[in-house]
Design a protein around this ligand. Sequence first.
Ligand code: KG4
Ligand code: ZN
Length: 336
Amino acid sequence: MIVLGIESSCDETAAAVVRDDRTVLADVVLSQLDEHRPYGGVVPEIAARAHLDHLDHLVAEALSRSGIGLAETDAIAATGGPGLIGGVMVGVMTGKALALVAGKPFIAVNHLEGHALTARLTDDLAFPYLLLLVSGGHCQLLAVEGVGRYRRLGATIDDAAGEAFDKVAKMLDLGYPGGPAVQRAAERGDPGRFALPRPMKGRPDCDFSFSGLKNAVRLLIADQAPLSEADRDDIAAAFQMAVAEAIADRTKRAMGLFAMTYGGPGALVVAGGVAANAQLRRTLTDIAGQTGFRLVAPPLNLCTDNAAMIAWAGLEHFRLGHQDGMDFAPRPRWPL
Ligand code: KG4
Ligand code: ZN
């Protein structure tokens, strides 16, 4: 079984071809970073136009690299939401058009489900597992019980983790995108020089909060101004450590819940763009070691937005007999 996947919900235009033996036959991603950089963030209008300009030839490129003709695919999957609606519309329209032309089934994939199921593409992983989804728009802990069966254990009550990275990068003048810039500065800095809060630490639920930490960083910057290069690096390091430890505390709580519900520890899967963060990966490796969980961290190119994860999630649904009609309407919001 072979599925063509399309992703266009944020600032990556992507197409991929995936086979049910977990082979990624082609995976093409075009980042719009340069188009959005002058504005310091993603501009929805610019994103939608860029998707429209590039998606056709990215699909052609993915098919050509995979050596698979459209006629040989079994289904077409496209991100149906949640995301920036203009981009999602471009992807859904393209997916439907290809499906109609080729006479193939169309599957609308929840972008979050794409992130949630990626680990089953990269690893031999059975349900249930614990998922930590940390991206620019989302921050949640889920028990993944099966395809389409997700139990939310906790979520952010304000900002997403990636959003906090992006905002702190802006405050420190580190440039865009924020996460990788903060990580680079943090690698040069001393995480112990400044004390920052660990939001929600010790609370009995599994929820996250980052706005207080972000505010503490703002006050610290005002207090230290004007900042030297070393101050910047030390603040970045302190912030990154605070985020990693806060996420670890919440994840540990979820591990306890998971083990109680499903009869013992299992796999902890980390997904979303922030999963690329090296400090977070180190901290999660530590807590996995302490709790008997197996940490599964897909390769970085499959942690950030891509179409292989959409093709794979589409394939998981398709082999269970699911598909969508041509009347599927793109969804700006679509909780898992
Ligand atoms: O999953 P993703 O590619 O897009 C969605 O939000 O769906 O995640 C992007 C987010 C951005 O906020 C970016 O700053 C963050 O992931 N990010 C990182 C790192 N690389 C990307 N955050 C921390 N450290 C990184 N190395
Ligand atoms: Zn994403």
